[in-house]
Write a protein of this length. Sequence first.
Length: 299
Amino acid sequence: MLQKFLALSRSTHGVLDIAMAGFAALLWLGHFPGWDVLAVALVTALAGYTAIYALNDLIGVKVDREKFAGAGPNPGYSVEGSDLRYPIAQGQLSLAAGIAWFSGWFIVALVGAWWLNPFLVVVVLAAPVLETIYCLLFKVTYWRVLVSGLVKSLGPIAAVLAVVPRPDPAWLALMVAWVFAWEVGGQNIPADWNDVEEDRRVGARTIPLVFGPRIAGTLVLLALIATVALSLALPVMSPLALGLSYSVATFLIGFFLLLVPGFALFRSHEGRRAARLFDRASLYPLAQLALITVFVLLP
């Protein structure tokens, strides 16, 4: 039963996304926070991502049932490739159980946010509102991709507010732009590309469906180039002395995990390339967290 709940919250993907929040916190703070803050922050982040990913399936259950009425979920990318994906839509988990799972984790996230920084409660409350809007726009407009970028930015924003109560708004905007570009080019459009046939059956309005592979591929590549370029500017917001070696390392991470698979998709327009890009891009936050951890631990 637990596996079905973890599939509802896309636990593998959620854990990888937590790495983005961890990276943001270490970048801004320059060192590990106290153990009490670190423990509460990790539990809060886990609870938040678990709840919001579950909410995505709860809000979209009707559409998911339509999408997979004729066939099972597209195996696509490996990060979310479990046969238990969309357990409510597949009838393996009840809607009531899903709501209870979401509610429990969301309450944990609210309590943890209040303990870390009361203003964080606003961020936590904004997440389900934006996620609901994102899901409801599935058949309405491709502009929902902008909402997706905002939702993914909330995690790193919350992480920064947990360790730096009054961050510089300009630097915070720079970080949001970086996360936004990564989400659009490495996650949202490739995911919609991978599901294009299922989405076409239900009348979805995604970028790959509305504009076709050529424009979608161009947008992906531009967003990924922006991601790598913005990553080179991130050291300005850190108290760490991140020099040339950090810049070279972060560029190489972006080059191999984003630009190489992104350019392959841009040239081929093949769905399997979109799935491969999604998988590689999902590892990008973890690689960035590993990199900043090395510089934090260096004397």
